[in-house]
Ligand binder design. Structure first.
Ligand code: PEP
Ligand code: MG
Length: 584
């Protein structure tokens, strides 16, 4: 029976496919597709992992002291029984053979399937055995973790199917849609290398980093869909409507036909916009506007150039560090990554932001910051200044990459004058270290993010020290309005048009312009069509956004007349009533 699950629209478009429920395993799991000739190897990897756990448990049983509580022995028996369970093994084989899932993914998928059956059991004792099953699977996964993954995930996407195909076809080659309770930005980055047509999560806000990565992947996504992962079953047909922010489960043929039609419309619109790729972004009244790209990985530079970006306005370098706890990239590795991005931009400028780890971007999913208010904790520049040696390693790598093209260095979340002083001292020290070593390095302009109200309020002080500023509206809104950007329960209060936010943004832009210094917006507002005209009216001429949004924003710029918009923007600023703002 068809039903829909509402959530928040975070990445536009329509996806139609089979649901893939991402298991709730506590072990970090890679998700990728294997080649048909690797099926046997994958099955063998699971078998070896399982056998290792069986041996481990049997050894534990053998070493159990005489006076051990009987419950413990019984528990080990249950675990051993679950390990031999035919449903687990045959199910895992099914996902590997029929869907070409890698071994770990197959295992967590089957865990999800069996877990559902446990949930539905009447008997309390049996229902609670789900936790045992989870523990058993976790043990297998941990054993498998040391086993090398035989292949890299395929780069290509499966052919998009028409809705007729979807109705008739039941084979492997169908689009897959991820459904999960939560996905960390690092998880999504994993999936970025894989093949998914869209995703839905139970939690998350519009500008959570997971949503940002989804937009950069240019796949339809809905977050904050509360109980989506409970309502959908593995392999259900689902539609993700990334424009309306809704997931439709088990759609009827009529609904499928309607969405198939909308999918084609979107495709046509994309083709139309693609014609603007080489058109300079100039307003009706001749104002040149820079449309830059936000990237997460060096390889994204190619996408940025292809989308017609005139540079990278924000390279979120923390993505190079995620999932690497205990093995953080050293100077050499970072240098090569930054150099790849710089060379990928073919002479266009690249703004490299120093690491912004913390809050909803933990270094490692398993070591989430459990402080009470992680967004107010050791995050971004605070994290870097707490470990100056690590900070300078990054600075040296960026400065060396600057020898290969135009590089700007951007510092996140500065709020205190003392942080500015310390940051600049580290920059000088890093350069001196390179000089002392005789290492080749290039010049870099220095910029600060304005993403804390304190920074916006002391913009003049910032401008005494920096060559340019970049407004991070995602955090500026979060910190100005005290709304957790990743919390769907307060998402309705997260308002880029709030008069206080607009006032801060307007003042920063005006001061930079008055002093002839560069200013851009690199938060999600820069790629939000609803904000383009207002930002242009406030005097903004540099927007940095995920590449997929550049052409749509360019179309808006080409239609804009900043003379009219600046008059109108002043009235918006003076007007504190939401009703009038909505009427504009
Ligand atoms: C911002 O806060 O607007 C920003 C661009 O930084 P991030 O989204 O990475 O926190
Ligand atoms: Mg930020």
């Amino acid at each position: 029976m068809t039903f829909s699950v509402p959530g928040l629209a975070v990445a536009r478009g329509i996806a139609i496919g089979r649901a893939v429920l991402v298991g709730s395993s506590r072990v970090e799991v890679a998700h990728y597709f294997v080649e048909p000739h690797q099926i046997e190897d994958e099955i063998e990897r699971v078998r070896r992992g399982r056998n290792a756990v069986v041996e481990e448990l049997q050894r534990l049983q053998g070493e159990m002291p005489q006076d051990a509580p009987p419950e413990l022995t019984a528990l080990l028996d249950v675990h051993l029984m679950l390990l031999q369970d035919e449903m687990l093994t045959s199910g895992v084989k099914h996902w590997i053979t029929e869907r070409l899932y890698n071994a770990e993914w197959a295992l967590t998928t089957q865990l999800e399937v069996i877990g559902r059956q446990f949930d539905e059991m009447e008997d309390d004792y049996l229902r609670e055995r789900k936790a045992d099953l989870e523990q058993v699977v976790d043990r297998i996964l941990r054993h498998m973790k040391g086993v090398a993954h035989p292949v890299a995930p395929p780069a290509s996407s499966p052919r998009r199917k028409t809705q007729q195909d979807l109705l008739l076809d039941d084979t492997v080659d169908v689009p897959l849609v991820l459904v999960a309770h939560d996905l960390s930005p690092a998880d999504l980055l994993q999936f970025k290398k894989s093949v998914f047509a869209g995703f839905v999560t139970d939690v998350g806000g519009k500008t959570s980093h997971t949503a940002i990565v989804a937009r950069s992947m240019d796949i339809p996504a809905v977050v904050g869909a509360r109980s989506a992962s409970q309502l959908v079953r593995q392999d259900d047909w689902v539609i993700i409507d990334g424009d309306a922010g809704v997931m439709i489960v088990d759609p009827s043929p009529i609904i499928l036909a309607e969405y198939g039609f909308r999918q084609r419309q979107i495709e046509l619109e994309r083709e139309r916009l693609a014609r603007l790729r080489h058109t300079p972004a100039v307003t009706v009244d001749g104002q040149k506007v820079d449309l830059l790209a936000n990237i997460e990985m060096p390889g994204d530079a190619v996408t940025a150039v292809a989308a017609g970006a005139v540079g990278v306005g924000l390279f979120r370098t923390e993505f190079l560090f995620m999932g690497r706890l205990g093995n953080l990239p050293d100077e050499e590795e970072q240098y090569h990554a930054y150099r790849e991005a710089v060379e990928g931009m073919q002479g266009l400028p690249v703004t490299i932001r120093t690491i912004d780890i913390g809050a909803d971007k933990p270094l490692d999913k398993a070591h989430k910051d459990d402080s009470l208010n992680p967004a107010l904790g050791l995050r971004a520049i605070r994290w870097s200044l707490a470990d100056p040696a690590m900070f300078r390693t990054q600075l040296r790598a960026v400065m060396r990459a600057a020898a290969h093209g135009q590089v700007n260095i951007l510092f996140p979340m500065l709020a205190h004058p003392s942080e500015i002083t310390q940051t600049l001292a580290q920059v000088r020290l890093a350069r001196a270290e390179l000089d002392a070593r005789g290492a080749v390095h290039g010049p870099a302009r220095l910029g600060a993010m304005i993403e804390v109200p304190a920074a916006a309020l002391m913009v003049r002080h910032f401008l005494r020290h920096f060559d340019f500023l970049s407004i991070g509206t995602n955090d500026l809104i979060q910190y100005t309005l005290a709304i957790d950007r990743a919390d769907e329960s307060v998402a309705h209060l997260y308002d880029p048009m709030h008069p206080a936010v607009l006032r801060l943004v307007a003042d920063v832009i005006a001061e930079c312009r008055a002093q002839g210094k560069g200013v851009s917006v690199c938060g999600e507002a820069a790629g939000d069509l609803a904000m383009t005209r207002l930002l242009l009216g406030l005097g903004l001429r540099s927007f940095s956004m995920h590449p997929a949004q550049i052409l749509a924003i360019k179309q808006e710029v080409l239609r804009a007349d900043t003379r009219k918009l600046s008059v109108w923007a002043r009235t918006v600023l003076d007007d504190e009533g939401a009703e009038t703002r909505a009427a504009i």
